[in-house]
Design a protein around this ligand. Structure first.
Ligand code: MN
Length: 202
C-alpha cells in the first residue's frame, strides 16, 4: 500500500493571518504531496517496506537499503515532518503550554518566554532550509535542536514535541525574507494540547 497524504485538518483559511491561504495550498497540496509521491517512488524499489509506517522507516535509516536511503531520508522526512507540522497547529492556537510539558519547559529553560526566545533563535540560526524542534529524549529531558533539509530528530533517537518548518516555502508569501517575524507569529497557532499529548506519550 502506497503512502498517502492526509487532508489538511482545518480549512486553508483557518490559520490566517499567521499563515495565509495560498501558502497552505502550496505547502500542503504541492510540497507535502511531492514528498509523498517521491517517497512512494523510492519504496517501489523495495515494496516490502510499505509494511512500515513512515515514522518507522526513519527511526533507523541504516536499516534502509542503501540504494534508496537518501530519498527515504529526504522524502520520508518530508512526509513525517509535515505530518507533525499540520497537527501541531490549530486555528487560534491554544492559549499556553499545559500540564507536565509546561512544568518541564519552565524547569529546563527558565520560563515559557525564555523557551520561545531560544526556539526562535534556533530557527533563525538554521542556515538554509530545515527545521527547529523542541525534542525530548527517552527520559523526558527537553532540548531545542535544529535539523537541515528534511532530517528528523527521530533518526537521532529523539522524540519531536514541536517542530517548526523554516524552509522559505513555509513563510515567504507573507513574510518574504523576514524569517524571525514568521517564527514569532507562529506561536499564535501552536496547538499546545497536542504538544502535551506527545510529551505524555514519552
Ligand atoms: Mn515545508
Amino acid at each position: 500500500m502506497a503512502y498517502t497524504l492526509a487532508p489538511l485538518p482545518y480549512d486553508y483559511t483557518a490559520l490566517a493571518p499567521t499563515l495565509d491561504e495560498q501558502t497552505l495550498h502550496l505547502h500542503h497540496d504541492k510540497h507535502h504531496q511531492a514528498y509523498v509521491n517521491n517517497l512512494n517512488a523510492a519504496i517501489e524499489k523495495h515494496p516490502e517496506l510499505f509494511s512500515k509506517s513512515v515514522d518507522e522507516l526513519l527511526l533507523d535509516l541504516t536499516a534502509i537499503p542503501e540504494d534508496i536511503r537518501t530519498p527515504v531520508r529526504n522524502n520520508g522526512g518530508g512526509v513525517a515532518n509535515h505530518n507533525q507540522y499540520w497537527e501541531i497547529m490549530t486555528p487560534g492556537g491554544s492559549a499556553a503550554p499545559v500540564g507536565k510539558l509546561a512544568a518541564k519547559i519552565v524547569s529546563t529553560f527558565g520560563s515559557i518566554d525564555d523557551f520561545k526566545t531560544k526556539f526562535n533563535a534556533g530557527g533563525v540560526g538554521r542556515f538554509g532550509s530545515g527545521w527547529v524542534w523542541l525534542v525530548s529524549d527517552k527520559s523526558g529531558n527537553l532540548s531545542i535542536v535544529s535539523t537541515a533539509n528534511q532530517d528528523t530528530p527521530a533518526s537521532d533517537g529523539l522524540i519531536p514535541i514541536l517542530g517548526n518548518d523554516v524552509w522559505e516555502h513555509a513563510y515567504y508569501i507573507t513574510y518574504q525574507n523576514r524569517r524571525p517575524d514568521y517564527l514569532a507569529a507562529w506561536w499564535t497557532v501552536v496547538n499546545w494540547d497536542i504538544a502535551e499529548k506527545r510529551y505524555e506519550a514519552v
